[in-house]
Design a protein around this ligand. Structure first.
Ligand code: XMP
Length: 514
């Protein structure tokens, strides 16, 4: 019999990866709950979880404004896994001088972890002696507190990467086992929840789909809902789940913002038809979007303006349909990056997060990440969405004209360039191997020479990345011949004098330029 109870509590200490921990647990088959530190104690006393995970976070234990974790958490003898800041907190509560404080220069990126063979931790069973892991921290544990032993190090033993006190049932890791860049395939989290905490699996993909439909129907009651469908994985999958469940209570709209990819509108109509979604296309607001978004070059202001026009458009649509609710295909990533989930920081404003239209908003897939939605889409037979399309942000090509005001002409340049690059990558069978390809126009003018004349023109930058969840990304490096083919194709435009390639990881860059 399945234990429906939540067995793992994740205490959110402000990490960008808190929801990634929850997602990894879902993937392993376990329900969990994320709570703020101040809410955790009361919940534990009522629910007796089998394990507690302290997420990372950007604060220092020495910072008076750092999240205040109640020390009483240690009294329950429930196994605790502290990640990054979580591990530093475990050390600090046992020895006030144990954490080495760094005032400047955090370290981000890959780190090689050595597990100590003389004392192989239960947490690391099944892993090789060394793995590559992702780290993102300033402070670190410099002195192991009494009662703890070191179980992993990096940099020739100079940095403590893991420690534990089996007696006190406390485990700590400085690196991030939950992110895809750490090559452990979730073994560490699995060892913790299954073997150390003794949890039993209680979560499956089918449960998810059923829950999404049932919960949304319950919230909607007798109301009427509109949903914006962009043709992307998230909104289309959600509309296909909800279509049969809500029937005539739901109406789907596609707003052509003018920032779409080449041929997008036709593609969206086709996909919606196959998915059985009753879709209405609205294109009368295109020039309003260009005019408003083009009035600023600041990334956040552009997003705000886009959101404004998007909101106004939907307000009209909602009135026309007599809607009481708006359903959004917002994902966990969107909420995290717009600083609307737990303690995470604002990275970018998202146009579809808490629109405030005077309608009640429902975000049925806000707990999920892109790859999970892709799995759900597969279950629905929406293969085209998974294999045929890379993700594309709602504000579309507006985010890909950088440093100059957006105009119809510049939109057309990036639209055509995006199409040409996609064609080249498809020809070389690379398109599907790349998680996302971005072609952006850089508004800084530089000098070039075409024919025999001087051209003072713009540059295009091509960014190809690979990732699973877009919380972190790696560059997808293209070979010389393909780069040359792309440069040749894109520099044919009379106003383009340079083509650049960007393979920066996230962090520090985000996937999109704005
Ligand atoms: P970033 O740039 O934040 O992007 O690393 C992560 C993923 O999200 C997409 N993205 C968006 N999608 N509305 C969306 O629907 C947005 O405002 C938005 N901003 C970024 C981005 O293309 C990438 O796939």
């Amino acid at each position: 019999m399945k234990d429906a109870k939540v067995q793992i509590l994740i205490v959110d200490l402000g990490s960008q990866y808190t929801e990634v921990i929850r997602r990894s647990l879902r993937y392993l088959g376990f329900k969990s709950i994320v709570l703020k530190p101040e809410d955790s104690l009361a919940w534990i006393e009522e629910n007796f979880p089998k394990g507690i995970i302290l997420s990372g976070g950007s604060a220092s234990v020495y910072d008076p404004k750092a999240p205040q974790i109640p020390k009483e958490l240690l009294n329950f003898k429930t196994p605790i896994l502290g990640i990054c800041f979580g591990m530093q907190w475990l050390a600090y509560t046992h020895d006030k001088d144990s954490v080495h404080h760094v005032t400047e220069g955090k370290s981000y990126g890959p780190v090689e972890i050595n597990f100590l063979t003389e004392r192989k931790s239960f947490l690391f069973q099944g892993l090789k002696e060394k793995i590559n892991a992702w780290s993102s921290h300033g402070d670190s544990v410099g002195i192991v507190p009494k009662g703890f032993v070191v179980t992993a190090t990096s940099k020739d033993g100079k940095v403590i990467e893991a420690m534990e006190s089996e007696n006190e049932r406390l485990w700590g890791v400085q690196f991030h086992p939950e992110v895809i860049e750490t090559d452990d395939e979730n073994i560490i989290l699995s060892n913790f929840v299954k073997d150390i905490c003794g949890c039993t699996e209680n979560y499956s993909r089918k449960d998810t789909i059923k829950e999404i439909a049932e919960n949304t129907k319950k919230i909607l009651g007798n109301g009427k809902a509109i949903i914006g469908v962009s043709g992307g994985v998230d909104s289309t999958t959600l509309a296909s789940i909800l279509g049969p469940a809500l029937g005539s209570q739901l109406k789907a709209f596609f707003i052509d913002t003018g920032g779409m990819r080449k041929g997008e509108v036709e593609k969206v109509k086709k996909i919606a038809k196959r998915a059985g979604i009753n879709l209405e296309v609205i294109d009368k607001y295109k020039s309003k979007f260009v005019e408003k978004v083009g009035s600023t070059i600041d990334a956040e202001e552009k997003r705000e303006k886009f959101r404004e026009v998007y909101g106004e458009t939907f307000k009209e649509v909602a009135q026309f349909f007599g809607a009481t609710h708006m359903i959004q295909g917002t994902l966990a990533t969107d909420l995290i990056e717009s600083g609307r989930l737990g303690e995470s920081a604002l990275i970018k404003t998202h146009h579809n997060v808490y629109l405030d239209l005077g309608l009640k908003e429902i975000m049925p897939i806000a707990d999920f990440f892109k790859f999970e939605v892709r799995e759900i889409a597969k279950e629905f037979g929406l293969e085209e969405l998974i294999s045929g399309r890379q993700p594309f942000p709602g504000p579309g090509l507006y985010l890909r004209i950088i440093g100059v005001p957006v105009t119809e002409e510049l939109l057309e340049i990036v639209r055509e360039a995006d199409y040409q690059v996609a064609q080249i990558l498809k020809k070389h069978n690379l398109y599907d191997a790349i998680s996302q390809t971005i072609v952006a126009l850089l508004g800084v003018k530089t000098v070039g020479v075409k024919g025999d004349g001087r051209v003072y023109g713009y540059s295009l930058v091509v960014r190809t990345v690979e990732t699973t969840d877009f919380m972190t990304v790696k560059g997808f490096y293209l070979n010389k011949d393909i780069c040359e083919e792309i440069v040749g194709a894109l520099s044919k435009h009379p106003k383009i004098v340079r083509v650049m390639f960007d393979w920066t990881t996230k962090p520090p860059a985000t996937t999109e330029f704005e």
